[in-house]
Design a binder for this molecule. Sequence first.
Ligand code: ADP
Ligand code: MG
Length: 729
Amino acid sequence: MTTFRKEALQRALTRSVEVNQDNGINVSEIFSSNVFGKEAMREYLSGEIYESLIHTINEGVTIDRRIADQVAAAMKAWALSKGATHYTHWFHPLNGATAEKHDAFFSPGEGVRSFAKFEGSQLIQQEPDASSFPSGGIRNTFEARGYTAWDPTSPAFVYNGTLCIPTIFISYTGESLDFKTPLLKSINALDKAAVEVCQYFDKNVTKVFATLGWEQEYFLVDEALFYARPDLVLTGRTLIGNASAKDQQMEDHYFGSIPERVTAYMKEFEIEAWRLGIPVKTRHNEVAPNQFELAPVFEEVNLSIDHNQLLMDLMSRIARKHFFRVLFHEKPYSGVNGSGKHNNWSMATNTGKNLLGPGKTPKTNLQFLTFFVNTIKAVHDNAALLRATIATAGNEHRLGANEAPPAIISVFIGEQLTKVFNDLEKKVTKEKMSPDLKTDLKLNIGKIPQIIFDNTDRNRTSPFAFTGDKFEFRPVGASANCSPSMIVLNTIVANQLINFKKDVDQLINEEADKDEAIFKVLRNYIICSKNILFEGNGYGDEWIKESKKRGLPNIKDTPRALEAYISEKTRKIFKITNVLNDRELEARYSIEYEIYTKMLQIEARVLGDLALNHVIPTALKYQNLLLENVQGLKGILPDKEFKKQSAYQVELITEISGHIDSIGELVQDLINARRKANVIEDFKKKAVEYCDHVKPYFEKIRSHVDKLEILVDDELWPLPKYREMLFIK
Ligand code: ADP
Ligand code: MG
């Protein structure tokens, strides 16, 4: 065996597991201990400043400059007490990672320690040298600077010796260059629109916030094996590799116990997560070998997304200590399940009510139905836009591949609510409603049980499923920042609620009473959006046919899916809700295309290199061995015997030769296709060219390489195999 693979295997197999003995850890004691939350604020701020800051946070207003210095001083004192030496503005640029630029609290002077400035102005605003973040053309050279500004609704925290201050990132011309700015705006838009609608039911509601609970899937792979696979290192996924004889077909991983080495890793990052206030709750094995999942308790969506980004970073960092690598890629291994990040979404009020949770009375249930139906209508009207938010090079391997929800957006609501819909549709008509009818309808919706358990969705094939008291948007990719999906969901629902209010008010003006108006508008919405409701198996071919008949979009690739970002309809909705202007939308749009193209460019090059530098030389070596052997046989055997006895080897040589030949040719074709694509200037046409004419070579080359992997002597094969990467733990 080549020494590299052999060494990697040896190292992977002889890791000694250091089992963390921290079993007695008191979660409530350490929870949020590294967060500048209410408790720390109360301790470090005067009562007056504390109240003022809390007001700023709750109302989402800009911070009073006069208190900023004191808040900064308190934050610094607190951070120093936690051992922090640096501070940074922490933000989410559009490349999907998180960014930070660290400044030291202290700068060593001559003999004395002088303090670097960290005052109100440094807290509130910074100018990172950010010209290398993607901006989609917004920051021209003459306006090359952007600035980061404090988001007080997400608390500061100490991470890895640094005080991190969550911020937004905007250009000097005021356009957003990050995910957080439009997210906060979408949260605002939803708040406003939903509060207005709540007034029909409950005058005490003054604030509505979106909630998110994500479920993060990931793979673990031993670090030594990871390093022996250039494709994993450079692209996050394996571009070649023959399927392991056994992978997930026995379905024995999902319910299996978590191996000790993995448990030790999980325990350590969970404890760190708790310190950072991330409410991590459940962990379990996933379907594929070496695949796992974790989920927190849900939170307000802005905080929840910050926590997800932070946790992904934390998981990667702690993994290194355990000689693991975390793979967040959506499809690290072909032929086994990929990784997603379900986004559980709902809306909550300041009065403590979950707006998507059925209540105890007909009145609260009419409110529930209102938000429920409006969400479905929003998804129906904007399915293509939602689809655009999950369109990435990585996720393209999952969607519609019989493991993740299909690329067709549909909504699952379960049997009981389907009945309620049918009832409303049948009984409510254009005519004036009789008191009896209203009572009857209210009684019926009063019967919606508070907890809906619908086992028919256990197969989890629906991309947008109602799961009792929240919707679960399932096709989000595991490596993604949840923001694009959450921005769009908040925004389209906000827009829909604005329209709902208009429609209801109009009927009230036409002298319907309030309940009647609501019933009539809801019925109308149910009829308009009915064709997106689907309760069956979303993975089946039947559904592809059926959805086509219904006229639902089935957009298979990323470049085509992204188009929905700049449709007239999208622009209008983002403008009405004030979430993104045209320029910002177009910038995002072009960045998504560029990221897609770059990803495929990198994959194409890595695949070419692997094929030419690893695979072909190995196959040639083995072929030579065979050739030598055949020659030798020829020397000692009589002609007739020789023919018979060398037949298998000769066939093998021919077969290997054929694959080598095909790979050589296909790689050349791939290079030519890339060259052709690379000269295209238009970012969209370029991405389409990569998608249509470069990407198809990946599978073709791979199929020959994977055949060689079976034919060539295992001793010679240089790259760790699937069975090794998936089963060593
Ligand atoms: P499953 O695996 O069946 O989808 P989990 O219990 O793993 O269910 O995940 C459910 C997720 O839904 C959790 O992250 C939880 O916090 C989240 N969740 C529960 N209620 C709400 C809500 N009202 N809003 C948003 N997320 C929620
Ligand atoms: Mg789920």
